[in-house]
Design a protein around this ligand. Structure first.
Ligand SMILES: C[S@@+](CC[C@H](N)C(=O)[O-])C[C@H]1O[C@@H](n2cnc3c(N)ncnc32)[C@H](O)[C@@H]1O
Length: 277
């Protein structure tokens, strides 16, 4: 039997680590997240052969530990996502956004998946818009997908998903946009080039001073990301993100989130969807 070493976390270590998480990623960890901190960072202690969380903290903030900072951040993010998660948002794209683009005679549309995790969200938007705008009407679609976590971005760029992950994708879209693995790769599905060409993945930390993004967007997805931020960070990040929307563009958040009292210039439309004034 393999015995997995368990580490104990003192109050002082917990407070130091959560302060560092907040400074690095804006993520606020409540007292209830103690077990999460233990389980996520224990893996790093084992990988680095360290004995205490205090040693780990000192290493991360030391000049030698600079390259560990990204692993530190990757370890603490929560990356749960799904294809067509909260499907009414993709129905909205098809039933409201697409007809509007056609009415306005648009030739190109841009979408930002902000906090894209392993790619399911941007690929779902790309499949929806390619099917309803590009194929029938020749309208170009570009999707920018960003995340702070480099490991999820690697997975997203790889674009390989298993049987469980692809379940929510309608069969017709699966056939059109994915290659089915054979032999050694049986049970795996790989995103086809037609979809890859639409989506660009880039690393972006929402709390960074500068966002290296010059484009403006017709739709911004920022779903299930701000729940991890303090009220003040939420307000700051949302205001910045909404600044990248064109007038009349749509800001889409997760089911447990609200923009109430957070951002000026966005009007509630329906069901976690807001419109830029
Ligand atoms: C729960 S996932 C949501 C994925 C997708 N938007 C969805 O709703 O299915 C949250 C994502 O936000 C990212 N995230 C957390 N803090 C961030 C920050 N400061 N800057 C950018 N992305 C961040 C995490 O790495 C994670 O992949």
């Amino acid at each position: 039997m393999i015995e997995i070493k368990k580490f104990t976390l003192s109050d002082e270590e917990f407070n130091k680590l959560r302060r560092l998480v907040f400074d690095a990623a804006g993520i606020s960890l409540s007292d209830a997240k103690r077990e999460l901190v233990i389980s996520r960072f224990s893996r790093r202690l084992r990988a680095l052969n360290l004995s205490t969380f205090g040693e780990y903290y000192n290493f991360v903030i030391s000049p030698d530990g600079q390259s560990e900072m990204q692993n530190f951040v990757n370890s603490i993010t929560t990356n749960k996502t799904d294809f067509f998660r909260e499907p009414h948002h993709f129905d909205f794209l098809r039933d409201h956004f697409v007809p509007e683009c056609l009415r306005l005679g648009r030739r190109e549309v841009r979408v930002w998946s902000a906090g894209c995790s392993t790619g399911e969200e941007p690929y779902s938007a790309a499949m929806t818009l390619h099917t309803h705008l590009t194929e029938p009407h020749g309208i170009r679609v570009k999707v920018l997908a960003t995340d702070i976590d480099t490991s999820v971005l690697d997975a997203a760029r790889n674009g390989i998903y298993d049987e469980r992950q692809i379940k929510p994708i309608p069969e017709e879209m699966l056939r059109k946009y994915f290659l089915r693995g054979k032999e050694d790769s049986a049970g795996l599905y790989k995103v086809k080039d037609v979809l890859r060409e639409i989506v660009t993945f880039r690393q972006l930390n929402f709390i960074a001073e500068n966002y290296p993004i010059s484009a403006v967007f017709d739709v911004v997805f920022c779903r299930n990301v701000i729940i991890y931020f303090s009220a003040e960070t939420k307000k700051r990040v949302l205001t910045r993100l909404s600044g990248y929307l064109t007038r009349g563009g749509y800001f889409i958040i997760g089911h447990s989130e609200t923009l109430f009292d957070m951002v000026d210039g966005l009007t509630y439309l329906k069901n976690t969807i807001y419109r830029k004034d």
